[in-house]
Design a protein around this ligand. Structure first.
Ligand code: ADP
Ligand code: MG
Length: 391
């Protein structure tokens, strides 16, 4: 299934290995917050060190606008990694050029060096060939373990792979195995659950999954465009008007595969303490808006999920950030926790919701990449993956 070479397929002994990690973690006043992404990189880093490599790590962090910007420096991440790994981690204040070259030259097996934010050079996002050559010149081998940016063709994710032997790390391999398998060759029944707010971004995902899944369960803001397409007034509910025509076409094509909420929770404002009530799906009264799926819908979806062999979930069922409107999302999380199926959750807020529900440990695979996981579900090829050597 996984057709690319990984770090297990090559000899890294005595080599300098450039690893593109996803260290795009929250940093505030020089302090690293949620370290999930750092922890997720450790299996690859430890394997490479145990097999005699010297590590040169590169990543982007945040969205610096014009060149270097201290608030997006990877220095705090280097210090954090040093504590986590219990050994020194060197830091180079530039990812290419003389500073980086000097730091990389001195490395011996077992050493770890982190390069400064790749996006401090505007060439990174332009996939500039010259920058790619400079970055490649630092090392003997390139490893991509940054699933979260594998859908971007940037210097550190794609361009550099043209100038070095390039293979996948364990995290990238694991992500692609779960998501790729779920989409390309799922054990059936295959159930997809889609919700959230970024509706137009996800139209391609619904289209692709409708052609593959036995059931596609819709909730969250995503449901609203279908209600609108069915002719229901949705009052103040979140709707992306451009998507309504597409929703009409999908309703006509999809038949019974597409499942919509039969009841909803409506509120008279967008706030945690808004007045709210549950109603069977029907015209939403003026001044009200849909903020969650209702209990009957949760029960229906739970039944479908309990009979599945593969379940993929992207997008919360409601505004789970307000506890009164989190019941649909947490109910679906519970259904995933309880099913025997292989369960996969992707998407920034979806993952946050599952963690908040306390059920993350019962999910088979929680994807670390939002945009990349969506592109996988859409059936697209990730440039960062395509650039790696075939097995
Ligand atoms: P993900 O990050 O998992 O891909 P999105 O970014 O598409 O998901 O959407 C997440 C957001 O969707 C959440 O912050 C949630 O509050 C919001 N949301 C869910 N249902 C609704 C709704 N009915 N109305 C407005 N916002 C909603
Ligand atoms: Mg999101």
């Amino acid at each position: 299934m996984f057709s690319k070479k990984t770090i297990k397929d090559i000899d890294v002994n005595g080599k300098k290995v450039l690893v593109r990690v996803d260290f795009n973690v929250p940093v505030k006043d020089g302090v690293v917050g949620d370290d999930t992404r750092i922890q997720a990189a450790l299996p690859t880093l430890n394997y490479l060190l145990e097999n005699g490599a010297a590590l040169i790590l590169c990543s982007h962090l945040g969205r610096p606008k014009d060149g270097p910007d201290p608030q997006f420096s990877l220095k705090p991440v280097a210090d954090y990694l040093s504590r986590v790994m219990g050994k020194p981690v060197a830091f180079a204040e530039d990812c290419v050029g003389p500073v980086a070259e000097k730091a990389a030259n001195g490395l011996t097996p077992g050493d770890i060096l982190i390069l400064e934010n790749t996006r401090f050079h505007s060439e990174e996002k332009k996939n500039d060939e010259n920058m790619a050559r400079q970055l490649a010149a630092l090392a003997d081998v390139y490893v991509n373990d940054a699933f979260g940016t594998a859908h971007r063709a940037h210097v550190s994710t794609e361009g550099v792979a043209r100038f070095l032997p390039a293979v996948a790390g364990f995290l990238l391999e694991k992500e692609i195995k779960y998501l790729g398998q779920a989409v390309a060759d799922p054990e059936k029944p295959f159930v997809a659950i889609l919700g959230g707010a970024k509706i137009s971004d996800k139209i391609g995902v619904i289209k692709n999954l409708l052609s593959k899944a036995d059931a596609v369960l819709i909730g969250g803001g995503m449901a609203n465009i279908f209600f609108k397409a069915q002719g229901y007034p949705v009052a103040d509910s979140l709707v992306e008007e451009e998507a309504v025509e597409t929703a009409k076409a999908l309703l006509a094509q999809a038949g019974a595969t597409l499942r919509l909420p039969v009841d909803i929770v409506i509120a008279d404002g967008f706030s945690a303490d808004a007045n709210h009530k549950t109603m069977n799906m029907g015209p939403v009264p003026d001044g009200w808006r849909i903020l969650d799926i209702g209990p009957e819908t949760v029960a229906n979806y739970t039944k479908v999920i309990s009979e599945a062999k593969t379940v993929v979930w992207n997008g919360p069922m409601g505004v789970f950030e307000f506890s009164e409107f989190a019941k649909g999302t947490f109910g679906v999380a519970q259904a995933l926790a309880d099913t025997e199926a292989v369960t996969i959750v992707g998407g920034g807020e979806s993952v946050a919701a599952v963690k908040k529900s306390g059920l993350a440990g019962k999910i088979t695979h929680i994807s670390t990449g939002g945009g990349a996981s969506l592109e996988m579900l859409e059936g697209l090829t990730l440039p960062g993956l395509a650039a790696l050597q075939d097995k």
